[in-house]
Design a protein around this ligand. Structure first.
Ligand SMILES: *Cc1c(COP(=O)(O)O)cnc(C)c1O
Length: 399
């Protein structure tokens, strides 16, 4: 008898009781705005910033309304202005090119490799051909490129790196936390990321001027001294009147529900990886299926799973998606002609001039992606792997 899966791919865990209690406390006192503070109170948002700065080892942290907002603010605060070219991954999610557009800049896409990370030889070529001074590096789906090699290339070329860590909160490369290699790291606390406040974002940096500009951009009025994880007031002197207020603050309610989750993040990351590794184990040596091998220097956190079927035709990929769906397994195929749900192919972002990325197109044509919410048990993961294995093998054998 064929076995089917009945779990829900979009059902996250409920929030920890401490988060619920903290949210109730904020609602009871009513001071939801981050700058609305009682005498001597720091506020949940400022406390979250302090705690996230400590978690990443950054000097400064700013909490904002979304991950995409953090990316755009970091880019502007790093000095990018209207019309500048910004390099980014040819394979990422829509908020990344969207953040570049939001800052008035133009994305130039860099090819992806079969390890699903930025192709460093194409990066070098595109730095040379575009003259770009900024790279918005997306650690798409939690896959981290060789950061030592990437930073060496960018440092030599004078390219400032902003890291999109929407999928790498809690991860590291060679012992350095993701988001701490470039000039700024940006994180998302949208429901499907590693912390869940519905919407939300965090920006970390060691650069005092970047931090001050991002704080002003986020809409701090002249209340920047209430940022306990921000730079000294003197840093604001030269920038406070010339930086526009583009409101995108986080509020105390969301910060309150995030703080207990942050304390538990390492445990959650281990739980995600246990699930990821169970599926990886179950899929190893499946004919026709290629796993994404992970380098030793990478400490990943995988809240989703990717695999390649490099030899499958479009018809086979589509058949795989349909056959697994019938058995309750939701695979996202990044090679489909039309974007479904979230978009992740460079040619679906038609506000950007069309670009030629043959390698990325070829890889995405054989790439499947699956969410791994923590509501799935390890037994669930065994079943998911079994179903995928059976269906891939069957299609592969049928040719
Ligand atoms: C979710 C996400 C972001 C940020 O998204 P927001 O919804 O704006 O918080 C950025 N990059 C990637 C790759 C993402 O998946």
């Amino acid at each position: 008898m064929t076995q089917n899966f009945t779990g829900n791919f979009t059902q996250q865990e409920s929030l920890p009781e401490e988060s619920i209690q903290a949210a109730i406390a904020v609602m009871r006192h009513g001071r939801l705005h981050r700058y609305n503070l009682a005498e001597g109170e720091l506020g949940e948002t400022a406390l979250l910033e302090q705690e996230f700065a400590a978690f990443t080892g950054a000097k400064y942290c700013l909490a904002v309304a979304s991950g995409g907002y953090a990316l755009a603010a970091a880019l502007r605060a790093a000095g990018a202005s209207q019309g500048d070219t910004v390099l980014t991954n040819g394979f990422t999610l829509a908020p990344v090119p969207g953040a570049i557009a939001n800052a008035g800049c133009t994305p130039v896409f860099v090819e992806v490799t079969e390890q699903l990370v930025m192709d460093l030889s194409d990066l070098k070529a595109k730095i040379a051909s575009s003259g770009a001074k900024f790279l918005m590096l997306s650690h798409m789906r939690g896959h981290i490129v060789d950061m030592d090699a990437l930073m060496a290339i960018c440092d030599v070329a004078g390219v400032k790196v902003i890291e999109d860590c929407a999928h790498t909160m809690g991860a590291a490369w060679n012992g350095t936390p993701s988001g701490r290699h470039g000039i700024a790291g940006c994180y998302s606390t949208q429901t499907f990321k590693h912390l869940n406040s519905g919407e939300g974002g965090l920006l970390v940096t060691d650069d005092a001027e970047l931090a001050a500009k991002a704080i002003m951009l986020s809409g701090s009025y002249m209340l920047f001294e209430r940022h306990s994880a921000g730079p000294d007031a003197s840093v604001f002197d030269s920038i406070k009147l010339e930086t526009p207020n583009c409101s995108g603050r986080m509020d105390n309610l969301r910060a309150a529900i995030l703080r207990p989750q942050l304390r538990n993040l390492n445990t959650q990351c281990a739980a995600w990886n246990a699930r990821y590794q169970r599926i990886e184990q179950g899929l190893r040596h499946t004919p026709g299926l290629q796993l994404i091998e992970r380098p030793d220097a990478e400490s990943y956190v995988m809240s989703s799973f990717q695999f390649l079927c490099p030899d499958f035709t479009a018809a086979q990929m589509s058949a795989l998606q349909q056959r697994t769906a019938k058995r309750g397994v939701e695979l996202k195929w990044f090679g489909a002609d039309q974007p479904v749900g979230f978009t992740s192919r460079h040619d679906s972002w038609q506000y950007v001039t069309a670009q030629n990325l043959p390698q990325t197109d070829r890889i995405l044509a054989g790439l499947m992606d699956m969410r791994l919410p923590l509501t799935f048990s390890l037994d669930d993961c065994d079943l998911l792997a079994r179903i995928i294995r059976e269906e891939v093998s069957l299609l592969f054998q049928a040719g």
